[in-house]
Design a protein around this ligand. Structure first.
Ligand SMILES: O=P(O)(O)OC[C@H]1O[C@H](OP(=O)(O)OP(=O)(O)O)[C@H](O)[C@@H]1O
Ligand code: HPA
Length: 185
């Protein structure tokens, strides 16, 4: 599939900034403070959910001041689209976390299918406790499990398709320095 870079640039130019870089950084600081207060003695194994969780996880890591192990997993259901489909595991966790505390780090809790499936997987695979951190939680009534909340939430946003800080629009703009909403979506 060829990518129309003019369109991709236009998406950025016409977007609405929901959170500036400074606001996102402050939110990441606040999440780090809470995790430091609550998980420092838990010897957690931390999993970054690729690809979207990459920037949040990376920014968060150096702010955590206790010993931890870091790994990744890759589950995807949007596949560069703006609405989600079936969850597809591209890489399951390789590091053992049996009887361990697990901390899952992702960019966004949208409908929650992804986080729900990852939590189920970790529990079935023997984690002692599963903690979750998301940079942003989208506010709408379409949550797959309305009772599923992330333990640590940086920001909340309205029901629009957003990008930046790890979140993509058609595979692009994960690098955008802020959180932006696509015009019309
Ligand atoms: O709450 P949900 O509606 O399940 O959506 C959230 C998930 O969607 C995105 O991943 P995506 O499937 O786009 O994969 P990616 O991280 O590789 O972009 C995002 O990174 C979350 O993992
Ligand atoms: O709003 C979104 N933006 C980018 N990726 C996403 N994955 C789920 N929701 C979103």
């Amino acid at each position: 599939m060829s990518v129309d870079l003019v369109h991709i640039r236009q998406i950025m130019a016409e977007s609405d900034c929901l959170y500036t870089e400074a606001e996102v950084e402050a939110a990441i600081d606040a999440v780090a403070g809470k995790i430091n207060a609550e998980l420092a003695e838990r010897n957690p194994v931390v999993f970054c959910v690729m690809n979207g969780g990459l920037i949040f996880a990376g920014k968060l890591m150096t702010k955590l001041n206790f010993p931890l192990e870091l790994s990744y997993l890759h589950a995807s259901r949007y596949r560069n689209e703006t609405s989600g489909g079936e969850l597809f595991w591209k890489a399951k966790p390789e590091i053992s976390f049996i009887d361990r505390d697990v901390l899952i780090i992702d960019d966004i809790l949208d409908e929650g299918h992804t986080l729900g499936a990852i939590i189920d997987f970790c529990r079935h695979a023997g984690a002692a406790a599963v903690h979750t951190a998301v940079l942003i939680d989208k506010d709408h009534q379409r949550k797959a499990r309305p009772d599923l909340k992330a333990n640590y939430v940086g920001l909340r946003c309205i029901d629009r398709f957003i990008f930046g800080y790890g979140m993509d629009y058609k595979g692009y703009w994960r690098n955008a320095p802020g959180i932006f909403a696509v015009k019309g979506l």
